[in-house]
Design a protein around this ligand. Structure first.
Ligand SMILES: Cc1ncc(C[n+]2csc(CCOP(=O)(O)OP(=O)(O)O)c2C)c(N)n1
Length: 630
């Protein structure tokens, strides 16, 4: 049979296809998704679930005139395949390749960039208002998952959309899953609509029944009309959305082309905000993903036949070491509780909740709530550890400041995926946390050089009275042996790992080991570099840093973080305050958003590997052009 997918170079090529051809196309898309993601890694299960939905959207609407906003955007691969990006699809999530998220820089079909959750309805409202301002006519469609709908912004936007009343289509892609099982009352409401036919068939059935009753029936119907609001609560599907000012359409089988297209056409023809409730299956069409949608939500390379991840052997991840350490601490301290915002697996809180089901809280994709709730727990005498990706804490800045730090509450922020994150790219880079936490009074900020130090830092943090953040990178540790028992680290103290009188490299977090390697490279060239593991960004180990500065007169700070507001900046502030004039260079990420790519490639690119650090020392402090040669 001739393949259809290669013929689809843009959404217009879909227009003439009948449902049978669409079925074939869906199969080809699924095969391409599985083949590609098996090599590149990526968000397989979410995309397998939206194949029919995305195809139907492109048949009924006309992108790029009509605008699609994909919430989170991890489910936009099918959209990419249908909008002229097939030939580059194998470069998905690779360095200089296609992004794993919508990106307007990549295509005019990507109306709005996403990556973080629950933004799509707000963005779509903005696009719709822009359209209205220009008296244009096109449709704006937000595609949002039931998981993303747990985020506060999504509720704020639903509330506002109903108030505005302008044309807007929200497609609720309900697969009953966030990454793990979805949480919350909204999720239970949606699943009631899924599972209890009375819940959504009631209105029509009752009306038909009443119509059949001669005389009385129509009178009752009229009374019912007057009592509309009360009765509607009992019998109308999607009442919650109707009350918010939306026309609710559905639930519809999100894998059936003819039902999907018909409901989408109705949505197109309805005035005001419309919510289409599509029921889909995460991982649809690939058994291992259907069986294990959590694992296949976002997966590395895997073997297609078995569905097994192609894991490279190596030391345990920072996440695992953190998770085990937290459990160890919690066994001794009953006050320790753990909080995650929809990332139980990613943060290691899943294991904690197996052992302490009553002391672990998954709040859904609600980082702001997670932080303020933790502040409340701390105010009630508990010791909450909020495990959160660095990039997602950006959401909860005011909560950290206003609810935690202002009251000096002992909340521990365990910032996973800090630094360069690799294939997820610019929306997920954890490169800003030192900067946005460092200016908050009372915050203690730490970063371990390895997974062993992470354990000690966790204990140290839990023993402290105020807010503390510990950031650690994505992926495997360095293979450090894990000392037991954990011990507290001296507060605000770094450590000298290597002596050297020519230059001091002051490194933080995962740049400490590459700095040690760099010192070895430099030694071969006759440059004696000291290496300091700073451990703390706040409070800084003033004494140690000033001593090193005075000794060699040359300081290099190294961090996997943006330059502006980072660790290096803190060192400069200290030197300026002490009026100490030494040569300093801050090696950090420049003032730009960092694209996706393998972490090793990216570290090399930004000179954060051993060779790059050594090169920086050479060029900045010992280059003959600068007349500074020893
Ligand atoms: C602010 C924020 N927090 C957490 C995440 C991580 N995350 C990505 S997708 C996802 C689950 C989304 O679930 P849903 O919207 O139902 O989409 P599905 O994958 O089920 O299709 C989460 C928690 C994120 N992208 N943004």
């Amino acid at each position: 049979m001739e393949k259809l997918l290669p013929r689809i170079q843009g959404p217009e090529d879909l227009k003439g296809l009948d449902n049978q051809q669409l079925e074939q196309l869906a199969e080809e898309i699924r095969a391409t998704l599985i083949d590609t993601v098996a090599k590149t890694g990526g968000h397989l299960a979410p995309n397998l679930g939206v194949v029919e939905l995305t195809v139907a959207l492109h048949q009924v609407f006309s992108s790029p005139v009509d605008k699609f906003v994909f919430d989170v955007g991890h489910q936009s691969y099918v959209h990419k395949l249908l909008t002229g990006r097939q030939s580059e699809f194998s470069s998905l999530r690779q360095y200089k390749g296609l992004s794993g998220f919508p990106k307007f820089q990549e295509s005019t079909h990507d109306a709005f960039n996403t990556g973080h959750s629950s933004t799509s309805i707000s963005a779509a409202i903005g696009l719709a208002l822009g359209r209205d301002q220009q008296a244009a006519q096109h449709d704006v469609i937000s595609v949002i998952g039931d998981g993303a709908l747990t985020g506060g912004m999504a509720f704020e936007a639903l509330n506002h959309a109903g108030h505005l009343g302008t044309n807007l289509i929200v497609i609720l892609n309900d697969n009953e899953m966030s990454i793990a099982s979805n949480v919350g009352a909204m999720s239970s409401y949606l699943s009631r609509m899924r599972s209890d036919p009375m819940y959504y068939r009631g209105k029509e059935e009752i009306e038909n029944l009443l119509k059949k009753l001669p005389a009385v029936g129509s009178r009752v119907l009229r009374i019912m009309d007057r009592l509309k609001d009360t009765v509607k609560y009992l019998v109308v599907p999607g009442m919650l959305f109707e009350e918010l000012g939306f026309t609710y359409l559905g639930p519809v089988d999100g894998h059936n082309f003819s039902s999907l297209k018909s409901v989408l056409r109705s949505a197109k023809n309805t005035k005001g905000p419309v919510l289409v409730h599509a029921l889909t299956r995460k991982g649809k069409g690939y058994l291992p993903a259907e069986k294990n949608p959590d694992l296949f939500h976002g997966i590395g390379a895997f073997d297609i036949a078995t569905g097994k991840p192609r894991k490279k052997p190596g030391p345990p991840s920072y996440t695992k070491v953190f998770s085990d350490a937290l459990i160890e601490v919690a066994r001794k301290d009953q006050k320790v509780v753990a909080v995650t915002a929809a990332m139980p697996g990613g943060t290691g809180i899943d294991k904690f909740s197996e052992e302490f089901p009553k002391r672990a809280y998954d709040v859904g994709i609600a980082e702001q709530h997670a932080v303020t709730m933790s502040a409340g727990l701390a105010a009630a005498g508990y010791k909450p550890v909020v495990a959160i990706y660095s990039t997602f804490l950006q959401r909860a800045y005011d909560q950290v400041m206003h609810d935690v730090a202002l009251q000096n509450l002992p909340v521990v922020f365990a910032l996973d995926r800090a630094g360069i994150v690799g294939e997820d790219g610019e929306t997920h880079q954890g490169l800003f946390d030192f900067a946005f936490l460092r200016n908050i009074p009372r915050m203690t900020i730490m970063a371990p050089k390895d997974e062993n130090e992470l354990r000690h830092m966790l204990l140290t943090a839990i023993k402290q009275d105020g807010p503390v953040s510990i950031r650690y990178p994505r992926g495997k540790g360095v293979g450090a042996s894990l000392e037991a028992p954990m011990h507290e680290l001296p507060p605000g103290k770094g450590e000298i790992l290597r002596q050297g009188e020519d230059v001091s490299i002051i490194a933080i977090g995962n740049t400490v080991y590459p700095s040690l390697e760099a010192a070895e490279l430099l030694e071969k060239e006759g440059i004696a570099a000291a290496v300091v593991n700073a451990r703390y960004v706040k409070p800084l180990d003033n004494e140690l840093i000033l001593n090193q500065a005075e000794k060699s007169g040359k300081l290099l700070t190294v961090e996997e973080h943006v330059l502006a507001g980072g660790f290096g900046g803190a060192v400069l502030e200290l030197l300026a305050q002490k009026d100490l004039r030494v040569e300093v260079y801050n090696l950090a990420i420049p003032d730009e958003f960092i694209q996706q790519g393998d972490t090793a490639i990216m570290r090399k690119e930004y000179k954060l590997d051993a060779a790059g650090i050594a090169d920086t020392v050479r060029k900045r402090f010992f280059s003959s052009e600068k007349g500074l040669k020893k």
